[in-house]
Design a protein around this ligand. Structure first.
Ligand code: SF4
Length: 695
């Protein structure tokens, strides 16, 4: 791999939770990035990279990088010095808190950052700014999976098994995940297992590239997952597939679950979900008869107002079959963002402190206050979830916001409400390396580094903590987010709590902060990660081997048993009406990442997929006399947008699909419903009622 005049730095892709292993080629003389090579000895992805991964390096020297701090003057951004920008932030933050109180400031974080940065964002909000209003974009991503896992297992780790074991599984039940496009390098494991005879069941309203390779494709009506899962549980119980010994020894609430699914006959389930009875029976028998099965899901089931319910029910399937804590079997969610797992463990959530400690637990507050060197009385109380922060802006309670590594102007639901909230703020700061749609609303934009210009750790979708190495020096005047936050902290009079020279020092503090918590990183060090090529949490001590397989002996609940929650079927927040007669759902395409801020700037990716579109079944199109390529208008109770029709028989006749990677007038999130899950506070991105019109 090595070429004359170049050095190879081993690291991981910056995008999705797969965190594929790669080497980045750097010109030794100029420091310019020459390209990437896949890393064949990285056991999770074995040399595979997707189109996003092979072009990710092009961000680093991209001409649209923000080079210096920007200050908005008379409605236009003007380049400034760091001194001017930071002084303005200090002045405005201080003035806002003096006038309106500590909680008038807010922080909107993200999880496309290292563990060190995610940890520091939580500390920055609570110690440097002293505000209770902090939440993050993971609320729109992993929060329902987290809520479901806490309910069933007592702890939120996204996968109960390491990925390479998937090769030895004999059945995959995949719900609401278009794995082939969203986590493409995972597909190799399914193929390897299928070569040995493994079966695959895919639950998705669309016949995605993932569904096309399935043995059974369950094309359910969006928003009916809990009915389907109850129906599958009904059959698993009725047809004698329950591992009675496992359930008796390791689960609570089986009798109640058994009673609750009694009415979910295949016929009743079919009536709600719109899926043929035979398919439901075939899927249940296929899953029930397997010996080493894995239930996997993603945003399709989680981004619903019943997302936590959906997660608990699909997880219960695996528990009834006795599949948790064993080789090549278990439950997993596909994390969307690179550090979707680690980013939610270290205190960016409104109610959590590092290590999944709860802000409502006085002992946890005491412990973290001690680590941070503050009086427990000064620890802010829990705030509100990401979308609810915009309600607080509308009410006038939040007056200023610092958005870090996130683009809610595209990724939040009901974006017009979000845009209006940004306009209502007295002052707004954004850290980013491109001028995102969110950054355009800001008063000050601070140039942050890309993933390759700083060091740190991330935690991939398996729960494996890995090393992101510094590949090159920061471009222009950009700085790592941890450095930016530390500098603002100093100006807010809290410098003594932010004395960091390197990310490693932050990680050392994180190790102590998580010690004894549910997400315990205390035994993980940079040296160990390098030596062992990643370490799985929980890992309480340096001589602990880490935990690739979760719950081998006990679950993380007080009595060590898993819970089997009872879930009544409830309709989604919106169902079709006379005015809005169809269902709209959203998702991703292989060529773009999340809000598209990064991938819409890569020429190759834009050549493949330049614009959004609406997928429509030809039968629906013929009712309206709509043609392939025609621009139509879609309207929901919130707003309208125009986009091109893409005809396909790979979608239900009652459903429309639009990918969400574009902003402003191209943002499908103008249409989506901010109806929240009562536990996870996840908005219902995946189901809303819509009407379509010719224009
Ligand atoms: Fe791998 Fe995900 Fe990066 Fe693609 S985007 S290369 S699947 S980490």
């Amino acid at each position: 791999l090595h070429r004359e005049g170049e050095k190879l730095i081993t690291t991981h892709c910056s995008y999705c939770g797969m965190q594929c292993g790669m080497h980045i080629r750097v010109n030794e003389k100029t420091g310019k990035i020459a390209g990437v090579e896949p890393r064949y000895d990285w056991p999770v992805t074995n040399g595979k990279l997707c189109p996003k991964g092979v072009t990710a390096y092009q961000q680093i020297d991209h001409k649209e990088r923000i080079k210096r701090p920007l200050i908005k003057k008379n409605g236009k951004f003007v380049e400034s010095s760091w001194e001017e920008a930071l002084s303005l932030i200090e002045e405005k933050f201080t003035e806002t808190q003096a006038k309106h109180g500590k909680d008038a400031l807010s922080v909107f974080g993200g999880v496309s950052m290292t563990n060190e940065k995610c940890y520091l964002v939580g500390k920055y909000a609570r110690v440097a700014l002293g505000t209770r209003f902090i939440d993050y974009n993971g609320r729109f991503c992993m929060s329902s999976a987290a809520g479901g896992f806490i309910k069933t297992f007592g702890v939120d780790r996204g996968s109960t098994l390491p990925w390479p074991e998937l090769e030895h599984s004999d059945c995959f039940l995949i719900a609401g995940s278009n794995t082939a496009e969203c986590h493409p390098t995972s597909i190799q494991w399914f193929w390897k297992a299928r070569d040995k005879g493994a079966k695959m069941i895919v639950i998705d309203p669309r016949e995605t590239p993932t569904a096309r390779i399935a043995d059974v494709h369950i094309d359910l009506k969006p928003g009916t997952d809990s009915a389907l899962a109850n129906g599958l549980l009904h059959l698993i119980i009725k047809e004698g597939y329950v591992d009675e010994k496992y359930v008796a020894e390791r689960c609570n609430n089986y009798k109640e679950l058994q009673e609750s699914v009694e009415t979910f006959t295949p016929e009743y389930t079919a009536e709600i979900t719109g899926v043929a009875v035979e398919k439901i029976i075939k899927a249940a028998r296929m899953y029930g008869a397997s010996k080493r099965s894995v239930v996997m899901f993603a945003r399709g089931v989680e981004q619903q107002s019943k997302g936590v319910d959906n997660v608990t029910l699909y997880t219960s399937l695996a528990l009834l079959r006795g599949q948790i804590g064993k080789f090549a079997s278990g439950v997993a969610t596909f994390t969307g963002q690179g550090n979707g797992q680690g980013g939610r463990e270290h205190g960016q959530k409104a109610d959590l402190l590092p290590g999944y400690r709860k802000l409502t637990d006085p002992e946890a507050v005491k412990y973290i206050s001690n680590v941070w060197g503050i009086d427990p009385k000064d620890m802010p109380k829990p705030g509100v979830s990401a979308f609810e922060m915009f309600d607080e802006v509308q009410k006038g309670n939040i007056r200023a916001m610092h958005v870090i590594c996130s683009n809610p102007a595209v990724s939040a639901p009901h974006t017009e409400y979000v845009w209006d909230s940004f306009k209502k703020l007295d002052f707004m700061v954004v850290n980013d390396f491109f001028l995102s749609e969110t950054a355009e609303f800001a008063d000050v934009v601070l140039p942050a580094t890309t993933w390759a210009e700083d060091e740190g750790t991330t935690t991939n979708l398996e729960g494996r903590v890995i090393h992101i190495r510094k590949v090159t020096e920061p471009r222009h005047e950009s700085k790592p987010d941890w450095m930016i936050l530390s500098e603002i902290a100093k100006r807010m009079g809290k410098g003594k709590h932010f004395q960091y020279e390197t990310p490693k020092q932050i990680f050392e503090e994180l190790r102590i902060a998580t010690k004894g918590g549910k997400a315990d990183y205390h035994g993980i060090t940079y040296d160990r990660i390098d030596r062992e090529d990643g370490v799985f949490w929980p890992c309480p001590e340096e001589d602990h081997p880490g935990t690739p397989t979760m719950f081998k002996e006990r679950f993380a609940t007080p009595d060590g048993k898993a819970n089997l929650p009872v879930v009544a079927w409830k309709e989604p927040g919106e169902t079709p009406t006379k005015k809005y007669p169809h269902i709209l759902t959203t998702g991703r395409v292989v060529y773009h990442y999340l809000s598209g801020t990064q991938t819409r700037r890569i020429d190759f990716l834009m050549e493949q997929c330049p614009l959004p579109y609406v997928e429509m079944h030809p039968e629906m199109a013929s009712q309206y006399n709509m043609q392939e390529g025609e621009t139509i208008q879609l309207t929901t109770a919130r707003s309208s947008m125009k986009t091109e029709v893409k005809l396909t028989k790979a979608i239900r006749k009652d459903t429309l699909f639009i990918p969400y990677h574009w902003g402003k007038e191209l943002a499908v999130n103008q249409l989506t419903n901010p109806c929240l899950d009562p536990i996870s506070r996840m908005p219902e991105f995946k189901v809303c009622a819509v009407k379509i019109e010719k224009i």
